[in-house]
Design a protein around this ligand. Structure first.
Ligand code: HEM
Length: 86
């Protein structure tokens, strides 16, 4: 083993091995596709509770929905969410 090596398999050896590419020719596109579908189907909005682009404001709302009470912030957010149509 070369001096200064941490003992792990060298990177150049991994990325030039057939086994690595047999595995990752499938897994790399799969991860990409999974991420793309997670976002494009809207599942990410539901999973993380993020508002969709048309859900930030209600139709009649003029002022931005800013949390104003530091200690009751959770209550303010819950109240707002409970009045939003699903
Ligand atoms: C579900 C997705 C993945 C699975 C199931 C998977 C599976 C594996 C397996 C079985 C190995 C050992 C391969 C061998 O020794 O020939 C490996 C190694 C490796 N994979 Fe993945 N992989 C995935 C995603 C990724 C992604 C997204 C990256 C980076 C962009 C990545 C980078 C690497 C690297 C650098 C190694 C070599 C690690 C080492 O030997 O120290 N893999 N992976």
């Amino acid at each position: 083993m070369a001096a200064g090596s941490t003992g792990e398999r060298p990177f150049f050896e991994i990325v030039t091995s057939v086994r690595y590419w047999v595995i990752h020719a499938v897994t790399l596109p799969s991860i990409f596709l999974a991420g793309f579908l997670f976002v494009s189907t809207g599942l990410a909005y539901d999973a993380f509770g993020t508002p969709r682009p048309n859900e930030y404001y209600r139709s009649a709302e003029v002022r931005p929905p800013v949390v104003s009470d530091r200690y009751d912030s959770k209550l303010q957010i819950d109240e707002r969410l409970s009045t939003l149509t699903p």
